[in-house]
Design a protein around this ligand. Sequence first.
Ligand SMILES: Nc1ncnc2c1ncn2[C@@H]1O[C@H](COP(=O)(O)OP(=O)(O)OP(=O)(O)O)[C@@H](O)[C@H]1O
Ligand SMILES: O=C(O)[C@H](O)COP(=O)(O)O
Length: 394
Amino acid sequence: MSKKTIKDIEVTDKRVFVRVDFNVPIDENGDITDDTRIRAALPTINYLIDSRAKVILASHLGRPKGEFNLKYSLKPVAVRLSELLGKEVKFAEDCIGDDARQKALALRDGEVLLLENLRFHKEEEKNDSGFAKELASLAEIYVNDAFGTAHRAHASTAGIAAYLPAVAGLLMEKEISVMGQALENPERPFVAILGGAKVSDKIGVIRNLITKVDSLLIGGGMAYTFIKAQGFEVGKSLLEADKIDLAKELLQEADERNVKFLLPLDTVIAKELSADTKYETVNIEEMPKDMIGVDIGPKTVELFSKEIVNAKTAIWNGPMGVFEIKPFATGTRRIAEAMAECRGTTIIGGGDSVAAIEQMGFSDRMTHISTGGGASLEFLEGKELPGVSVLMDK
Ligand SMILES: Nc1ncnc2c1ncn2[C@@H]1O[C@H](COP(=O)(O)OP(=O)(O)OP(=O)(O)O)[C@@H](O)[C@H]1O
Ligand SMILES: O=C(O)[C@H](O)COP(=O)(O)O
């Protein structure tokens, strides 16, 4: 990676402000239902503890719209982090002000402090320079390890870097180097699998990947707009009518570039989006007018799996069907199995596909599972992420 990391600077004895992404799901009892993002930050935190730095952690949680709201407090995260680290994690009731300052200044080498939710201040999302300066005043070094929030230009992800030496954390480094390597210098064949709900969310990703991959496989709700563009009936499936021309254009571009653009050959169709509805599988050219396409069928699974298993690099973003409803999760499960079988570099690009991979128990068989949803999509679009561009170059 071209950016400096915590390994490139002296952190011992220093107060280090680490922006992490602890935006984790918390249920109505205040229990964290998935701590993946907290665990993903442990290498950076442990490195700083072992290096005898004074560690000040800051994150957002949810979208509290600039004011205090107990529902979005990071207190339960401090408890969970303390369990994971096996050591005390101090907590400041606010991310700026006297309490935060006193607790930050009182830290001894190797101690850890977590600040309360940054988004309890509206200045955070506005990238307010005064607020960024106040955050910076707590520390001597800034580390950005929040890959999941690196697409946001906020005070704690971008503005703060104007006031402190700014470097990447180890999670940030890993995310950018694994996905960057795949995009810039992939081992071939390079296959991308895209699914999920909408074409409009992924236009940028398709446009960028089409210039890099050998094969592009499209499933999920977004496939039906392409199927319609090829002149087939899609019944009551998800369709973005205003994107049909764009879909035609993308199909043509793939053709001109000699990129294999594979669409479903068959589809599971259902009367409605519920587990106890009537459903069956049909060839793609046989879709009835009154049914909804809810998953890829077995012929498509076979076609896609062959590409994936033979890939040297495979990137997957977005489920192949309405995987939240059990009978329609088969396509997504089978694609997860193919990814697990692939011997090349396998990358899951965040969002719902990560949930699917985890639900299905394949997490430890992937090379890399991104902690970013929106951030990984923007990265795959080839955009420069503000939280990365502010860091010092090597
Ligand atoms: N055929 C389909 N019809 C309707 N919805 C579908 C279909 N296939 C997949 N989906 C829905 O798409 C949703 C996921 O789409 P989304 O674009 O959000 O995926 P993602 O990119 O993995 O997630 P994120 O936006 O969090 O990164 C799921 O809720 C799933 O049910
Ligand atoms: O969950 C995410 O994608 C990140 O934490 C960013 O959250 P945001 O979309 O509320 O900025």
